[in-house]
Design a protein around this ligand. Structure first.
Ligand SMILES: Nc1nc2c(c(=O)[nH]1)N[C@H]1C(S)=C(S)[C@@H](COP(=O)(O)OP(=O)(O)OC[C@H]3O[C@@H](n4cnc5c(N)ncnc54)[C@H](O)[C@@H]3O)O[C@H]1N2
Ligand code: MOO
Length: 425
């Protein structure tokens, strides 16, 4: 067994004092998001078949026994273990047959057995079920050569869930497993957190909607479709997707309008130091508040977070890989905070590298990584084919997650230990 060191919470190294001035460390930025975000108070009551992906708002307690009655776990014969004294073989008379969904047979007397199908209610007086493969049946008699163990192949009432038992805590995201538990407990509806309402605002005079013709120096909008998908899969409701040019006044007015309509605005682009980067000046004109402006992360250095009125604002860089990485890191923290999600969040874990990784010190680098199996010591191995290029979107497919190369590390040798954050969890 390999024992790895525990992960440091601020293990990316980007909080070191000698690192880029004015940038917030990753750990501090994540803490600021958690500190600033107040969970949405509203809840919805939804039918169980509409609950997938929603966050449970109230713990659920079993109201009844599950299973509701003692029943057979096998197709076979219900018997009384007291009938098996003396030497084998033993011969019993089969009096009747009970199927799943049939009424219970009330009595089985010594020397008799009842044929049961899986799920059929157990008759009174029996204490074991013998699989039909383990008996010889001739006419209405069965012969057994092995003594049945008491309680064999019986599912007892309440052995799965008992009244008063908490079966699922609040804050869980409902997937197939949780929905199975709720269905077994007889819940037809559940109380879930309201989905965070999100607006996406992409900036850039050069950005065009996919499907339109590109004139000279124009590019298609990658960020809006990508973020629409990412926000929906983190449980958000995309209310508006707006494409704005690089104009301070247009951005200011659009942000002001959106801030009244949604819980959260995600912008992309226009937050660096260029003369046409107007997102922060627009927020300043709206008297917005800034929690952090720039993080010691590569890619994604300009990522920023604050509030415009009552709406949260997450400002992602324009480069699509930077926007993807910073959404993965910070956007999901924000969504989880808004929807009170408490469990199942992306867990960073240790893996080892398939080849040496070189890195320019200064910012913690999040490099796209592909899981490639296990080494001879049973440790999970990742490959990071190339350093992160914030505009090379094609590398996103095939990546399983992000490897953290600490800010102050210039080389990680082959087989070196690194933190890995999976995209799917
Ligand atoms: N002098 C400096 N220049 C830059 C710095 C710096 O520190 N000093 N930082 C660089 C880094 S790092 C990043 S990241 C970018 C971030 O800039 P912005 O967030 O202001 O983004 P834009 O300049 O608006 O766009 C960057 C890039 O991305 C393309 N883009 C924008 N939106 C989209 C979209 N929706 N879909 C696809 N591509 C998009 C845009 O055309 C630009 O090529 O700044 C560096 N510069
Ligand atoms: O911080 Mo930027 O995302 O490296 O290109």
């Amino acid at each position: 067994m390999t024992v790895m060191q525990p992960l440091e919470t601020a293990g990316c190294g980007c909080d070191a004092l000698d690192l880029p001035q004015g940038l917030t460390s990753i750990a501090e930025a994540l803490d600021l998001i958690s500190d600033w975000v107040a969970p949405l108070p509203d809840m919805d009551c939804v039918a169980l078949d509409q609950a997938q992906g929603r966050i449970l708002a109230q713990a659920v307690t079993a109201q009844t026994l599950t299973p509701p009655f003692d029943n057979s776990a096998m197709d076979g014969y219900a018997v009384r273990s007291t009938d098996f004294s003396g030497p084998a073989p033993w011969r019993l008379k089969v009096t009747t047959c009970v199927r799943a969904g049939s009424p219970m047979v009330t009595s089985v007397i010594p020397g008799e057995a009842v044929q049961l199908f899986t799920g059929a209610p157990l008759p009174l007086g029996v204490d074991a079920v013998v699989m039909q493969e383990h008996v010889t049946r001739i006419g209405d008699h069965i012969t057994l050569t092995n003594r049945p163990k008491p309680k064999a192949n019986i599912r007892y009432a309440g052995e799965d869930m008992a009244p008063g038992q908490q079966i699922i805590t609040s804050g869980q995201r409902l997937g197939a497993a949780e929905i199975a538990v709720l269905a077994a407990a007889g819940c037809s509806t559940v109380v879930v957190q309201r989905r965070p309402r999100v607006a996406i605002l992409t900036t850039g005079d050069e950005v065009r909607a996919p499907g339109t013709d590109l004139d000279v120096s124009a590019i298609w909008d990658v960020n809006a479709p990508m973020l629409t998908a990412a926000i929906r899969s983190s449980g958000g409701e995309v209310m508006q997707v707006v494409q704005a040019g690089d104009s301070l006044f247009a951005l200011r007015d659009t942000l002001a309008t959106l801030a009244h309509q949604v819980d959260m605005i995600v912008t992309t682009g226009g937050i660096s130091v260029g003369a046409a980067d107007f997102v922060k000046p627009a927020i300043e004109q709206l008297s917005g508040k800034m929690a952090f402006s720039g993080v010691a992360v590569k890619p994604g250095k300009p990522v920023s977070f604050g509030k415009i009125g009552s709406a949260y604002w997450l400002g992602l860089p324009g480069n699509p890989v930077s926007a993807f990485v910073t959404w993965t890191l910070f956007g999901s923290r924000l969504m989880n905070g808004l929807s009170k999600r408490t469990t199942g969040q992306s867990k960073r874990r240790h893996v080892v590298t398939a080849a040496p990784l070189n890195h320019r010190t200064g910012r913690c680098e999040l490099r796209l990584a592909t899981l490639s199996g296990f080494d001879g010591l049973g440790r999970e191995v990742v490959s990071c084919p190339a350093d992160t290029q914030s505009a090379r979107v094609s590398r996103l497919t095939g990546a399983d997650g992000l490897v953290f190369i600490p800010a102050d590390t210039d080389t990680i040798p082959e087989g070196g230990l690194v933190e890995f954050m999976p995209f799917k969890y």
